[in-house]
Design a protein. Structure first.
Length: 212
């Protein structure tokens, strides 16, 4: 690839990322729906030293609550803070999408469409109800898994291969924590019923909700 072609590819990629993040920025001030408010209650319980499914009962994926907890610490607990965290998350997702596109095709202009067809399409159709939900957050770890699987087709040294598959395992673990099945949590919470009963007495200040 010549210098001119490289600059052209960077320009197309930069434009695609700019459009994607610009559209995402329009969603930063969107209000919470019931789902996001429930998840934020779990994050605030964690911040006070509480335990999920003990001090706050909600059939919510733990990874999503941890993301809200991190967003709360970084940007604040208001809607803008949570959506700013999601925008940063989606910026990394868009960059991963570009890398995946370049692994799939040598045409850099075509690869530059990857963030437009993934993250940009998400923001174009997302309502306040869909924002910062597990299905959206999953795009990043799943994209990392796909990128690593594509890179594994190249000839690599044993140390490099071990490194990328370690990253694959971490991304797979993040995916599992974000989208773990609710039945597992139900079984865990039932076995922890006596603990919940004692926690109700010790920590009456925590908010508890029920999710149906």
């Amino acid at each position: 690839m010549t210098v001119r072609q490289r600059h052209g590819a960077s320009a197309y990629t930069g434009l695609a990322l700019l459009v994607t993040l610009g559209l995402g920025a329009l969603h930063v001030a969107y209000p919470f729906s019931a789902d996001q408010s429930q998840t934020l209650l779990g994050a605030q319980a964690l911040e006070r030293g509480g335990t999920l499914y003990v001090d706050l009962w909600d059939l919510r994926q733990p990874g999503t609550v941890f993301c809200y907890f991190l967003a709360d610490r970084l940007f604040g607990h208001l809607e803008i803070g949570i959506h700013l965290f999601e925008l940063c998350w989606m910026a990394v997702t868009a960059w991963v999408a570009v890398r995946v596109g370049r692994e799939l095709t040598p045409n850099t202009r075509l690869a530059a469409l990857a963030p437009l067809l993934t993250v940009c399409m998400y923001y174009a159709h997302a309502t306040p109800w869909e924002l910062t939900q597990p299905e959206a957050l999953l795009m990043l770890p799943l994209g990392v898994c796909l990128l690593i699987a594509l890179k594994d087709q190249r000839p690599l040294s044993s140390s490099s291969r071990a490194s990328i598959w370690l990253a694959f395992g971490i991304a797979s673990g993040v995916t599992a924590v974000i989208r773990i099945r609710a039945e597992w949590k139900l079984g865990t919470s039932r076995s922890a019923t006596p603990r919940r009963s004692s926690a109700l007495k010790r920590r009456s200040s925590y908010t508890r909700t029920s999710w149906t």
